[in-house]
Design a protein around this ligand. Structure first.
Ligand code: MFK
Length: 590
């Protein structure tokens, strides 16, 4: 029988005190991330940027983390003051000190600038997103204004006038905090968040090329931005008519404030009370005569703003991946330190297996995100990159829908890995989970993105699937030549590809295509991740890189499980009708 002397009575200061988990350098401590960069960057570029990444990887655990914590402190959440003491309308939104500091850090660190200076050509995007990856989990959603700023810079680069490029673009891509501007992106209105074609806001030409915009925007994220990109229904200057639906919408750019500092026809109706992203000011806005300029052609607002969405969607995808990475960093360090049932958690079989599942999801998501970034860089910097643009157009909604969905669930699981402590605000997982959740919603919900996948298939008459298959096969065929240990995984990917093709063939009606869109999107995401994990493992083996053995294991573990190769279950029309009955109680008219 084990006996021991009685313990002294524990008080709040004596007795057991758990050693807390600590964050190490977020670049040096992340072999998955480092290996992705090795695969996707020329060695000379990586050698040049690595000191900056290593320095920044340390900084995001120090002053930047303090700024983020300051932003997410309840007393510091944004406040709206609508009137001054004399009943003058002022509509001032105050934000945390940390919020302002995060803005300055973003400019100084070149978190937008790097992508547009293009010092490393197509690889500049990877460098920029590598820094975003490090910055996001510490910055309490300053990545939101930054992602929209990035999208706005790109749209101005594509569609803007010389004047816009000399003024707005220069500011959006500046490294000088005194010059740096951020941009918002206002689409959502009360009748339609997903179905933007129902928007009510209207734009009327007043003088020269200046438009006057009036209406009500229901969600405006980062309302303290200096500039905004917005959609409005164009009143035809010739006959005063407006066109209904999304073809009547044009894209406009407007400054938040007029030269005298007054708001530019904007009234802040109220701040939103959100589930997460608490430090990010999101507001309802009344627009009355907001002066704006049109970007691109009238009626082409949705395709115009889609250039922003296609960038912010990659941010959303990466945002979940790095949130999960942060949750895992905390959970892993805790596992080394926490004793339970006569062992530390890192030696407890079920705990190991649970964290390994999350590690797989993280690695899969990181591969998909950085592959999209790689393609984005090529489309912006390489001539004749139409093929890359076509595949990126197809992969972006797949990446956003699939990675955000599996990643948020994994963040929730990581919270549980610390037991009750995981649920405590000051441990650091709560904010990650809350903030990650929005990424499944904004910039298109999972269903909207799944329908976007269907849209691309329709628009390309199925060619995107052929391109997808070729790209995947090219990656896995090349990889198995490097390592025979990847053959099983590669075979699984081929089976998964065949299943997808059979599945698409079997969906014959519009109803079937739509009701199966989510399944299809997830299967495409899962398969893409498989091919990229195989490619990473082969690269590591070929170059004898640290972590190669684990990456071979990961590729096999991801691809050689039942869910990966299982056939997709076709939801046919009669099944949808039956499902409608169990959900809504009666047969749906669809
Ligand atoms: C860390 C991350 C931070 C992120 C911060 C973000 C904060 C900002 C918060 C927000 O602003 S949330 C609001 C986000 N809103 C959305 O994402 C809207 C979601 N809805 C959709 O995406 C709908 O699919 C869409 C509005 C595009 C549907 O509109 P329509 O008019 O029914 O679409 P239609 O007719 O299919 O497409 C119109 C045109 O746009 C077509 O081109 P054509 O006219 O030439 O045929 C489409 O091909 C084109 N298009 C649509 N989506 C596209 C696109 N083109 C390129 N890329 C896309 N993604």
């Amino acid at each position: 029988m084990n006996t021991q002397k009685p313990f002294p009575t524990a008080t709040s200061d004596t007795g057991f005190l758990q050693e807390p988990p600590h964050l190490k350098n977020q670049y040096e401590d992340d072999i998955v991330f480092k290996n992705i960069l090795k695969k996707s960057l020329p060695a000379s570029v990586l050698a040049e940027i690595e000191p900056d990444l290593s320095r920044f990887g340390d900084r995001v655990t120090k002053d930047i983390l303090v700024m983020g914590d300051n932003v997410d402190t309840p007393n510091n959440h944004p406040q709206l003051k609508q009137y001054d003491a004399w009943c003058r309308r002022v509509d001032e939104i105050s934000t945390a000190q940390g919020w302002k500091e995060l803005n300055d850090v973003a400019a100084e660190e070149g978190l937008i600038a790097i992508a547009y200076e293009r010092k490393y050509g197509q690889y500049s995007r990877i460098y920029q997103f590598a820094k975003q990856y490090l910055y996001m989990p510490s910055s309490a959603m300053y990545s939101c204004p930054l992602s929209m700023t990035d999208g706005a810079a790109r749209v101005i680069e594509i569609l803007g006038t010389e004047e816009m490029k000399n003024t707005y673009y220069t500011r959006l891509t500046s490294r000088d905090p005194r010059k740096f501007w951020t941009s918002g992106q206002w689409m959502t209105e009360r009748p339609g968040g997903s179905d933007v074609g129902q928007s009510e806001t209207q734009a009327e030409l007043t003088e020269g090329s200046t438009w006057s915009i009036s209406g009500f925007k229901w969600f405006s994220s980062a309302t303290t931005a200096d500039l905004t990109m917005l959609l409005a229904r164009t009143i035809d200057p010739k006959d005063g008519t407006v066109r209904t639906g999304s073809k009547g919408l044009s894209l406009y750019v407007a400054e938040m404030r007029q030269p005298d500092g007054q708001l530019n026809g904007v009234r802040v109706h109220r701040l939103k009370n959100k589930y997460g992203t608490k430090g990010l000011p999101t507001a309802e806005l009344q627009l009355s005569g907001m002066k704006a300029k049109m970007l691109g052609n009238p009626g082409r607002g949705v395709p115009g703003i889609a250039s922003i969405l296609n960038i912010t969607r990659i941010y959303a995808c990466l945002g979940v991946v790095c949130a999960l990475r942060r949750c895992l960093a905390i959970a892993k360090d805790f596992a080394y330190k926490r004793h339970a049932f006569n062992n530390t958690l890192d030696k407890t079989p079920l705990h190991i297996t649970t964290l390994a599942e999350l590690e797989l999801i993280f690695r899969a998501g990181a591969q998909i995100s950085f592959y999209c970034v790689e393609l984005l860089g090529r489309t912006e910097c390489v001539e004749q990159s139409e093929g890359d643009a076509a595949i990126l157009r197809f992969l972006t909604p797949i990446a956003k829908a699939y990675v955000c969905k599996i990643g948020v669930n994994a963040c929730s699981e990581a919270m549980e890995a610390l037991g009750g402590q995981g649920y405590m605000e000051d441990v650091g997982i709560g904010r990650q989970l809350r903030d990650a959740q929005v990424n499944t919603i904004w910039e298109g919900t999972t269903n909207v993105l799944s329908m976007d996948v269907v849209r691309v298939m329709k628009e390309t008459k199925g060619q995107c699937l052929v391109t997808f298959e070729n790209m995947i096969k090219e990656k896995i065929n090349r990889s198995v030549q490097t390592s025979s240990k990847l053959s099983e995984a590669a075979k699984s990917v081929e089976i998964a590809l065949d299943n997808i093709k059979q599945f698409v063939k079997a969906t014959t009606s519009k109803i079937e295509m739509e009701s199966n869109a989510r399944q299809l999107t997830f299967a495409l995401g899962r398969t893409l991740a498989g091919a990229l994990l195989i490619e990473q493992a082969a690269f590591d083996v070929a170059n004898n890189i640290e972590g190669a053995e684990q990456d071979v294991f990961v590729a096999n573990r991801w691809c050689c499980v039942r869910e990966f190769t299982q056939e997709l279950i076709l939801i046919n029309t009669s099944l949808v009708l039956e499902e409608a009955k169990i959900v809504f109680g009666s047969a749906a008219k669809i």
